[in-house]
Design a protein around this ligand. Structure first.
Ligand code: PRP
Length: 180
């Protein structure tokens, strides 16, 4: 275990099993009408690359970068789309892949934007759902792997100051690392 990690929340094996199970569900749900899988960078990149390999459908992929700012309880005007889609999603199923659903500010804005483009459907697959978080909307994950509490989680794509994304597990960061 990394010296900056207090404890492991989800092991490499638990993540692998959960992603496999999720991929199976998505494969069944979208059979005959594969989605465009849209990763929200950067946090989703490892989850998305593993999930894609567990979805047995001919999916297109694309990516977005969305930066959210401001007070955690204020949703309006707080999300900036730094990189938009390259793909025309009119009439298509879109599956947004995200590492963590926290206040939901990012995904509320992204989902609204994509719905406005006349997508056939827009659903969300989140690796982690921070169930204790104060949400800016009633948005929920259509698919998720794990619930987490109010802890500082890193690994498997999730960072603190751009570090720890490459950890194979999801762990809780030691408070002295982010409090200093
Ligand atoms: C994180 C995470 C989500 C968002 C979740 O992104 O990847 O996109 O915050 O928080 P919310 O539900 O409160 O909007 P971050 O801006 O840290 O960028 P990153 O993906 O590059 O780490």
């Amino acid at each position: 275990m990394h010296a900056d990690v207090e404890r492991i929340l989800f092991t490499e094996e638990q993540i692998k099993n959960a992603v496999k199970e999720l991929g199976k569900r998505i494969t069944e749900d979208y059979a005959g009408d594969p989605p465009i899988v849209v990763g929200i960078l950067k946090g989703s990149f490892i989850f998305m690359s593993d999930l894609m390999r567990e979805i047995d459908l001919n999916c297109d992929i694309d990516f977005m970068i969305a930066k959210s700012y401001g007070n955690a309880t204020v949703s309006s005007g707080a999300v900036n789309i730094v990189k938009d889609l390259d793909t025309d999603i009119t009439g298509r199923n879109v599956l947004i892949v995200e590492d963590i659903l926290d206040t939901a500010r990012t995904l509320t804005a992204v989902k609204d934007l994509l719905m406005d483009r006349s997508a056939k459907s827009v659903k969300i697959a989140a690796l982690l759902d921070k169930v204790t978080a104060q949400r800016v909307s009633d948005l929920t994950a259509d698919y998720k792997c794990f619930d987490v509490g109010n802890e500082f989680v890193v690994g498997y794509g999730l960072d603190f100051a751009e570090k720890y994304r490459g950890l194979k597990y999801i762990g809780v960061l030691k408070p002295e690392i982010y409090e200093r």
